[in-house]
Design a protein around this ligand. Sequence first.
Ligand SMILES: Nc1ncnc2c1ncn2[C@@H]1O[C@H](COP(=O)(O)OP(=O)(O)OP(=O)(O)O)[C@@H](O)[C@H]1O
Ligand SMILES: [Mg+2]
Length: 591
Amino acid sequence: MTRSPTTVQRFYAALARLIRPYRWDFSVGLLATAAASGLAVLIPLTFRGGVDSIVRHGTSAPLLLYGLAVILLTISKGWGEYLAYRCIAGMGQRVAYDLRNRIFSHLQSLPPAFFDRANTGDIMSRATSDVEGVRMFINWSLSSFLEMMFLFIAALVLMSLMSWQLTLLASAMFPILGYAVMRFRRRLRPRYLAVQEQYGRMTTALQENLAGLRLLQAYRREETETARFREINQELFRRAMAAAWERAIYLPTIFCLGTATGGVILWFGGSLVMAGSLTLGEFVAFIGYVGLLTRPLTTLGWMISLAQRAVASLGRIEEILSTTPPPTVVAQAAVSAPAPAESVREQPIVVFQEVDFAYNGRPVLRGINFEGRKGELVAITGPSGAGKSTIGHLIPRLYDVSAGHVLLQGVDVRDLALQEVRRRVAVVPQETFLFSASVAENLAYGRPDSPPDVVHRIAHEVCLWESIQSFPHGVATLVGERGITLSGGQKQRVALGRALLYGGEVLVLDDPFSNVDAETEERLLETVRSAARERLVLLITHRIKTLQAADRILVVADGGIVAEGTHQQLLAQGGLYRQLYERQCLRESLA
Ligand SMILES: Nc1ncnc2c1ncn2[C@@H]1O[C@H](COP(=O)(O)OP(=O)(O)OP(=O)(O)O)[C@@H](O)[C@H]1O
Ligand SMILES: [Mg+2]
């Protein structure tokens, strides 16, 4: 067998943990299922009584009672089934609800390094269709398996009380059925896994294409991308069909077995009646029981495929939930912020000590040393890919250093609680991202309780006020997919405003003016300068005007700081900075 027993054991352990909070619903559902099954096995018994009374007394008087009993039993059984379904299906919905919440909140806790490797479509399919797989299993398989178990036990006991020979004969089909079912399980599971996997690929392709639709159209890639998608979709179709064929073969096999048993009962049971060792009522009851047992057997295939899907799905969900952040992120010694005593105020806010950093083992930064104090505007410049943004990532602990230390007011950021670090450091990332919310909500993202006048003041400070006046609903205008589309420069200014409003002791700005014109740049620089009075501002940029305005410039190349000084000092030194400067002046004079 290809499946190790531990997969299934892990599945049941995980399922038990999911169900535990709802053991009350589960117990009531279980009892109701048992009751409904108990009532179901009484129905053939009532038929036996009715038929035997016809044969024995030849009067129709008791038949009314038997008929009424059957109706009453059927109605009560219906109620039991209704209650059982309500409890079990409700539990399935609750478990799915919990799982979705757990996955979402767990994803929030994972460091960016996880998402560098993970694939969005795959995560989305785990959070949606895999959760649905688990819910379907609870909803259908769990109650059906229980019902089947009760039915089998009760019916087999009653049947063997009437005729053990006939019961043995009827049971002969079980080993054959067991064999068919085992084969079914073995062949279906890898096929369902393959379907799920391809489903993830399809969602990824869809998501990427939607995100990059403009680019795709601009580069006339519609046909290529459509062809690529068709290929992925074709593979999904092929795999889903393979799974469907497999199911199609086995279902009729199981049907056949059930019906064949009925034939055997008719032949052997009929002769028992004629020999006088079985009453006609018992014979009728037997036929009823075989029918009762065959019905759940025919859905057994479906139940098993649901169960297999659920094993695969829950495995994939557990894979996400068991991804733990690296130990350094979890080990939060939670040193509280040092009191801002006079001596501390003298201390640099941010210190890099011999910092090395590697992305997945690929070294990017080597031996970085620098200090930044309150009131300083420190610019970081250098060629593309030098590691500037990476330096910015290390301060709010989006990533952790491989060696050396990043100190925040004298304390290694790894010794501070993550929340504490993030409270003290505001960031404007290089890639601007706004949420599908109003302009005001985006500005106040880090401080949602900001009063409107604070939001308005910030909008003024980042030179957004005039643009906002032209929006249909002012600051309440929705941006993003549900609202208006902001220009690149407008987005950048919203992102800058968001970070300014958030506050903190350190402000990291990654290329914040790349999309704004020179005049706006000057006005924004003033805002940033005045923000720097109360904090340390680290500003990553290539723009000469911004560099000139900085108190100090760090020139980063090839993962190290190669020069440090003011604009004038660095120009006088010559070297890389001068080269970068001259190239940019040339570009501007040509423009
Ligand atoms: N998430 C990541 N995973 C792996 N490697 C990365 C990641 N981000 C950046 N890198 C690599 O690290 C190096 C430094 O990247 P970084 O983004 O710090 O450069 P940069 O100096 O900010 O460049 P630019 O001026 O173009 O923004 C690059 O070689 C890049 O390929
Ligand atoms: Mg960068």
